[in-house]
Design a protein around this ligand. Structure first.
Ligand SMILES: O=C(O)CCC(=O)C(=O)O
Ligand SMILES: [Fe+2]
Length: 547
């Protein structure tokens, strides 16, 4: 019997198709279905060429607990536990792959079986050549006789907040039904209009990002636009000077002059709620803050808005530019409209963690993002993962504004959306531009160095040493461990090539927060909120002694 697909079936089928390319997909789907969606079991059945036996047990069920918006997180009802959803399996004694690991309540233990699983097979697969990019294969970044740097595991679909938190080790928080439904609907309808150039401000449509990859011009297969707080309205306590803020907002993408728009009234409403929520989340992470992270108040003073119109529009793997966000940023990403998959892939280590140690396991994580969900990428997410929104293969459901949201809409807004199926997904990624990573301006505090410029005379971009290459070169015995601890190195690098037909210089300099007067040493700290020196800073001081 066909089971409804929440995305995990497709992912499991893709894995089986990669493992058994000679088999028909319908055939594989039958194995998967008769294995109650259990990839491991389906794999063993196919491998043993078992015939399909339809069991009497029902498929695993996911049971949703109450919907949780930002408000519910901020003010949880008495007795409610955080975590949103819980996995509950049916009468089967098999957990599915998602449910097996971790602390999800009411998951029965899995029966141990000595036979080889799909994962065992993948682990023991022969090492392909260094150039291999085949998914689900063991990969080496050195010669084929060297131990592999990492093992690529099959993708995992994470449909619930609890699974997202668990499998990202707390680096990502997912909140469903985040905004009041009426605000989400209004924001969606206006943003779709805005993206088409039909906004009230009379500005043009959102556009595609363009940049050079080596010497070839490429463009992103979706449109975007940049929104920011009006510089003059920046609160004095933000520590940001309006001229520097304005300049950083003009060059938000790969050094290109793209201009910025002021937040629309409904974006402003949303960002107030998102800001309040993220600040509460950050307060709860006190023991986990990074030394180089912004320790003042997180204010979403800018947002990148993305529109994916239809199944083919997408964004490729990248991590967000740190130039004005600084290291270890927090980014809050709001989804409106069509459900799309947000894909996370860890930075691939350039070498094994230490000589003789087993290769690291690398797994792609797929998070389906529904209308009105908020995904918070915490400090460390940009440094450890790349992210993408892949194109949709096969059919894509249109989005209809939920009936519950209609009641709160104005007559005009209701006419815009009623009875309509939308192909758009709108994404707003709220970010905090830091005053201690702002461009230099005449109002910058004395001693502050601003954004370094390379030999081409262009402001540099800031990159993490995500693959641990620089660290491996410096401390070979520790190799790629940088991804696991707080000692990530950051570099200012030439960004000119992205806009200059690939012609850049070789500028490359390690970030040195003390010399550059950032963080603890930022002279404008008095103006910025959260400036009291504390434990965090004393630690930072000690750590920076060598720099
Ligand atoms: O659309 C999304 O969810 C991701 C957008 C994104 O990665 C970005 O704006 O940098
Ligand atoms: Fe991004």
């Amino acid at each position: 019997m066909a089971e409804p697909d929440d995305g995990s079936t497709t992912a499991a089928l893709d894995t089986l198709a990669a493992l058994f390319p000679e088999r028909d997909r319908t055939d594989l789907a039958s194995y998967l279905s008769s294995s109650r969606g259990n990839l491991d079991r389906a794999f063993r059945a196919i491998e043993a060429r078992q015939s399909i036996v339809h069991g009497s047990n029902g498929p695993a069920k996911r049971k949703r607990t109450t919907a949780r918006g930002l408000d519910a997180w901020l003010r949880p009802a008495a007795g409610e536990r955080d975590g949103g959803e819980m996995l509950v399996l049916s009468d089967s004694d098999d957990g599915d792959d998602d449910a097996r690991e971790g602390d999800h309540a009411r998951v029965k233990p899995r029966r141990k079986e000595p036979t080889k699983s799909a994962f065992d097979v993948l682990r023991s697969a022969p090492v392909p050549s260094a150039s291999s990019t085949t998914p689900s294969s063991t990969t080496s970044t050195a010669t084929s006789s060297a131990p592999p740097a990492y093992i690529s595991l099959p993708p995992l679909v994470l449909p619930t907040p609890a699974l997202v938190a668990h499998h990202t080790n707390g680096l990502v928080t997912l909140v469903e039904d985040a905004l009041p439904p009426e605000l989400a609907a209004r924001l969606f309808a206006r943003a779709v209009g805005d993206s088409r150039g039909e906004g009230l401000g009379g500005e043009g449509p959102w556009t595609k990002n363009k940049w050079f990859l080596v010497d070839r011009e490429v463009e992103s297969p979706h449109t975007s636009c940049f929104f920011r707080e009006v510089p003059e309205k920046l609160a004095a306590s933000s520590g940001y000077d309006p001229a520097a803020f304005d300049e950083s907002a003009q060059y938000w993408y790969n050094g290109a002059h793209r201009g910025a728009r002021a937040f629309t009234p409904e974006m402003d409403e949303a960002r107030q709620l998102v800001g309040e929520f993220v600040r509460v989340l950050l307060d709860g992470r006190q023991g986990r803050r990074h030394e180089l992270e912004w320790d003042g108040e997180w204010r979403p003073n800018v947002a990148v808005a993305n529109c994916y119109r239809g199944a083919k529009e997408s964004v490729g793997f990248h991590s967000d530019v740190l130039q004005y966000l600084g290291p270890y940023p927090t980014i809050a990403s709001l989804t409106l409209g069509v459900t799309r998959t947000f894909r996370l892939r860890p930075f691939l280590p350039s070498s094994p963690s230490s000589p003789g140690a087993p290769p690291r396991e690398v797994r792609t994580l797929d998070i389906p993002l529904r209308h009105n969900s908020l995904l918070v990428m915490h400090a460390g997410c940009q440094e450890r993962f790349k992210h993408a929104v892949p194109p949709v293969r096969g059919g894509m459901d249109l989005f209809r504004v939920p009936r519950a949201a209609m009641a709160g809409l104005s007559e005009k807004d209701r006419r815009e959306v009623e009875g309509k199926g939308f192909r758009e997904r709108i994404n707003l990624t709220f970010r905090h531009y830091r005053p201690d990573y702002a461009p230099l301006s005449s109002a910058s505090p004395p001693g502050y160095t601003g954004t370094p410029k390379c030999a081409c005379g262009v402001p540099c971009t800031l990159r993490p040493d995500g693959r641990g290459r620089a660290r491996a070169a410096r401390q070979p015995q520790q190799a790629a461990a940088a991804a696991d601890d707080d000692d990530m190195m950051f570099f200012w690098v030439c960004n000119a090539g992205a806009q200059n037909e690939g012609r850049g210089c070789k500028f490359w300099r390690e970030l040195d927060v003390r010399r550059e007067a950032r963080g603890r040493w930022f002279p404008g700290r008095g103006a910025a909120a959260g400036s009291e020196p504390g434990e965090q800073e004393r630690k930072e001081d000690g750590n920076m002694a060598s720099s």
